[in-house]
Design a binder for this molecule. Structure first.
Ligand SMILES: Cc1cc2nc3c(=O)[nH]c(=O)nc-3n(C[C@H](O)[C@H](O)[C@H](O)COP(=O)(O)OP(=O)(O)OC[C@H]3O[C@@H](n4cnc5c(N)ncnc54)[C@H](O)[C@@H]3O)c2cc1C
Length: 418
């Protein structure tokens, strides 16, 4: 006999787990399917920041000089594989187009309601999941470290704009930064302290803890290949090794692999990945780090985690499955060592992940227009760890006929059809 459920959620990263939990809360019988354990891919290796402040999307540069400097391909914050350019260029052009000031404002307006609720939705899950989840999150905010008067002025102007979206921040002098973090270099002349953005000391473990909550509450988490999805008269079926499972609704939450499922179903959504890397380090001597640091000049973040100090890199444009080329890590490391006294590397090799992106840096959340019972929750770019639970809430509200807490039309995949 075939297994049945109300909803199949494909992908157990932070987004899929957030969707599964929210549907379950609303009385749906949910099966979560992944080919691995929960939170073992992109949701494992990110910087762990729950970025309440991330209302304004990361954009493609518009000034000629900056574009030229990116084209030289020797920067730390963004690099590309020359061999992948023919495939990536059309998407990059759309990304450039979506980075015009009026379009950035539109993306910010779309991201703002999600960001405004992101911490609350994580907090609710942390409270429900209990002590283990709470021990994986710290509430100190993070520091955007600045090295010049000019970057300080720009960062203060941006922070003021974010303040209008309800973001809590403080402008710190260099001395104030070193009061919080005594080992940070004198080269840092100030920082913006985003006080309302928590960090997880182990984002993969937090995702697993949420997935465990889903299972404790009676949810089923099964191993399987999402590409074995097919549409049937009664809904959707996934052929698992253990036998088929069927449901009326299915949610595609496969992060950077979402196109493996939506493209064969005929959806031409402009989807690409921005790859990134991490490496853990020991503190040198007695140096300890309490706050997450982002160094805009160096193009990296340093985050205190359970496994050591995690350095995460900027963006690499490349084919999703091309072998790793962690040149950015090699370029960022000397800057990171100059910012903060890092000791030896703690991992055998760098971790690589892929940020799933739409050109406007706004996720796709909602109904797939041409198939009954097919739903999308992917493309969270730089902020899927932040947005998983709130995405789950919004999609579950839409799927169960509740009034969505914000207008969902701006997250529709249809926005790219004109
Ligand atoms: C270096 C770096 C730093 C980042 N820092 C942050 C940060 O500080 N804060 C933040 O909010 N975001 C950050 N991000 C982005 C964030 O990690 C992603 O947006 C988020 O993890 C995406 O979550 P997801 O659930 O959509 O995808 P994933 O976590 O990748 O989950 C997708 C799941 O689908 C499964 N899957 C794929 N194909 C199949 C298949 N065929 N069958 C079955 N299962 C399948 C995978 O096994 C995986 O479990 C960062 C990303 C990178 C790379």
């Amino acid at each position: 006999m075939n297994l049945r459920a109300d909803v199949i959620v494909l992908g157990a990263g932070m987004v899929g787990v957030g969707v599964a939990l929210n549907l379950q809360k609303r009385g749906r019988d949910v099966v979560l399917i992944d080919r691995r354990g929960a939170g073992e891919e992109t949701s494992f290796g990110n910087a762990g920041l729950i970025q309440r402040e991330a209302v304004i999307p990361y954009t493609f540069p518009r000034e000629f000089g900056t574009i030229l400097s990116y084209a030289m391909n020797n920067r730390r914050d963004a690099v590309y594989h020359l061999s992948a350019l023919p495939r990536v260029a059309p998407w990059l052009f759309r990304y450039w187009r979506e980075s015009a000031p009026e379009r950035i404002a539109r993306s910010a307006d779309a991201l703002a309601p999600l960001m405004a609720e992101c911490v609350k939705e994580h907090d609710a899950l942390i409270a429900e999941a209990g002590g283990k989840a709470a021990s994986l999150v710290y509430q100190k905010g993070w520091l955007k470290c600045l090295r010049s008067e000019e970057s300080m002025r720009d960062a203060i102007a941006e922070a003021k704009l974010l303040g209008e979206y309800g973001v809590d921040y403080a402008v710190l002098t260099g001395a104030e930064v070193r009061k919080l973090e005594p080992h940070v270099s004198d080269a840092v002349i100030g920082a913006i302290h985003f006080r309302g953005s928590p960090t997880s000391a182990d984002p993969g473990a937090l995702t697993k803890t949420y997935a465990e909550l889903f299972v404790q509450r009676g949810g089923r988490f099964l191993k399987g290949d999402a590409r074995r999805l097919s549409q049937e008269a009664s809904g959707w079926r996934v052929a698992l090794e253990s036998g088929p499972i069927e449901a009326r609704d299915v949610v595609v939450a496969l992060g950077p692999w979402s196109d493996d499922v939506f493209r064969p179903l005929g959806y031409d959504i402009p989807f690409a990945v921005k790859r990134g890397y991490h490496m853990h380090y020991a503190g040198k001597g007695n140096a300890t780090l309490g706050h997450s640091l982002h160094d805009a000049h160096g193009g990296f973040a340093l985050v205190p985690m359970s496994k050591g100090i995690r350095l995460t890199t900027g963006v690499e444009f490349a084919d999703r499955d091309a072998p790793p080329t962690p040149v950015q890590l090699a370029r960022a490391e000397p800057f990171a060592r100059a910012l903060f006294p890092l000791g030896e590397r703690l991992d055998e090799k760098p971790w690589m992940g892929r940020r799933p992106c739409l050109p406007d840096m706004v996720p796709v959340i909602g109904r797939a227009e041409r198939h009954r019972g097919l739903w999308f929750a992917f493309g969270h770019a730089h902020h899927g760890f932040t947005l998983g639970p709130v995405t789950g809430r919004l999609l579950a509200e839409m799927m169960t006929g509740q009034t969505p807490f914000t207008d969902p039309s701006r997250y529709s995949a249809e926005r790219f059809r004109h």
